[in-house]
Write a protein that binds this ligand. Structure first.
Ligand code: ADP
Ligand code: ASP
Ligand code: MG
Length: 406
């Protein structure tokens, strides 16, 4: 018997009507004799609404309570979807992350799935139920509800597919797959038929929110092929994320990713001696702030500037940590900015061929976009630029690397 995991994102279950339509999609598969596990996100903008609600009570809700609050969004949609299936005559049951056996680390708002205890899931499947699991959540060793970070329902789905040895993992979203750039920003973007884990991971970590990065990582580790498709256009083929099979890509840049907002911290006039970088980045990492691009200028008279970027939500915490260390570090001044974004070009073919950076900078220069910082990886180049030029930059790079052509 075929066993599948399907995940439906927030826009796919935004209203009661959407939920009924999604139930029909699931019902077809169940009637065809497949065992179906479904992972759902919170309805529409529910997670943002809950965050806004908490902000009306306190600007600094404890992480534990925030997770209790946010996890309810997914529970609502799972119960409603289960009812919609039952209404269509399909036996179904909804489960919270905890009931589904999803064990996580204890870091609230960014918990990692450690294990899936699948007995309950197996039992429900065995009894012929479609099982609807609330995405994005689990339970820590201390029995506290945790969440997996924004977009984390994708990760729930891939983890369940791995744990249940599912034959397929389908991620239903509001676009028809993985495109050469965000189709909402770049109308010329084309859907890809397939993409390797490595490239997809790089895209996800540089801002392509269509897939949660951790989901792609899990897919690669457990070799789960992930089919990304539209719940609004289920006939469209979608994109399969899997182990790269094509040895040589004709076009060596596969796609462009962007981030509309990143935070930047600059430490001016830092004494240039060994150990400074560790002194700055160790406490940041202990505080759970992940640092992206780091640039250190050549020192003038033994003083240097150290600049790094962080997620915008982490900026206040980063500032707090750095301010507390300022004396010790001996920085003359701390300057922060949050009006920046990034554009990245990604492709495995870039690793072995020179000239990509030059082409990227040329395209940005011709578009009149100033590059503030640059960072590179094996298969990626990222430029930090003004937030209000990000969309123009994405379109310019898409054209410069001829991604509009198949
Ligand atoms: P869901 O609620 O289904 O999880 P998300 O909003 O998290 O959906 O992700 C889907 C969105 O990701 C799309 O609407 C699109 O704007 C955005 N996106 C960014 N980069 C890409 C890309 N390369 N291909 C497809 N979509 C992308
Ligand atoms: N509802 C959560 C979010 O908005 C998780 C998800 O949709 O995957 O981030
Ligand atoms: Mg998502």
């Amino acid at each position: 018997m075929t066993r599948i995991v399907q995940k439906f994102g927030g826009s796919s279950v935004a209203t009661a009507e959407h939920i009924k339509r999604v139930a029909s999609l699931i019902a077809q598969r169940s009637r065809a004799g497949e065992q179906v596990v479904v992972v759902v996100s919170a309805m529409g903008d529910t997670t943002d609404d809950l965050l806004a609600l908490a902000a009306q009570i306190t600007p600094r809700g404890r992480a534990r309570e925030m997770d209790m609050l946010l996890s309810t969004g997914e529970i609502v949609s799972s119960a409603l979807l289960s009812m919609a299936l039952q209404e269509q005559g399909i036996p179904a049951i909804s489960l919270t992350g905890q009931q589904a056996g999803i064990r996580t680390s204890g870091e609230h708002a960014r918990a990692r799935i450690d294990a899936v205890r699948a007995d309950r899931l197996e039992g429900e499947l065995g009894q012929g139920n479609v099982v609807i699991v609330a995405g994005f959540q689990g339970i820590s060793e201390d029995q506290d509800v945790t969440t997996l970070g924004r977009g984390g329902s994708d990760t729930t789905a891939v983890a369940l597919a791995a744990a249940l040895s599912a034959d397929a993992c389908e991620i239903y979203t509001d676009v028809a797959g993985i495109y050469t750039a965000d189709p909402r920003v770049c109308p010329q973007a084309r859907p890809l038929r397939d993409i390797g884990y490595e490239e997809m991971l790089e895209l996800a970590t540089t801002g392509a929110r269509v897939m949660h990065a951790r989901a792609v990582e899990l897919g690669a580790i457990y070799n789960v092929p992930i089919l990304v498709r539209s719940s609004f256009d289920p006939a469209a083929p979608g994109t399969i994320i899997r182990k790269e099979t094509i040895m040589e890509q004709g076009n060596k840049v596969r796609a462009i990713a962007h981030e509309n907002r990143v935070g930047k911290v600059t430490l001016r006039g830092v004494p240039d001696h060994p150990g400074i970088a560790a002194m700055v980045f160790e406490p940041l990492s202990e505080a759970g702030v992940s640092v992206d691009t780091i640039v250190q200028n050549a020192s003038v008279e033994r003083l240097t500037d150290l600049t790094f970027t962080v997620e915008p939500d982490d900026l206040p915490r980063a500032i707090e940590v750095i301010e507390a260390m300022r004396q010790e570090i001996g920085a003359a001044e701390i300057v922060t900015a949050d009006n920046l974004g990034t554009v990245s070009v990604v492709g495995t073919g870039m690793a072995s061929a020179p000239g990509y950076a030059a082409r990227m900078f040329r395209a940005l220069t011709d578009e009149g976009v100033n590059v503030e910082m640059i960072s590179t990886g094996d298969i990626r180049i990222t430029c930090v630029i003004a937030a209000d030029r990000v969309a123009d930059a994405v379109r310019a790079l898409h054209a410069a690397f001829e991604l509009d052509r198949a």
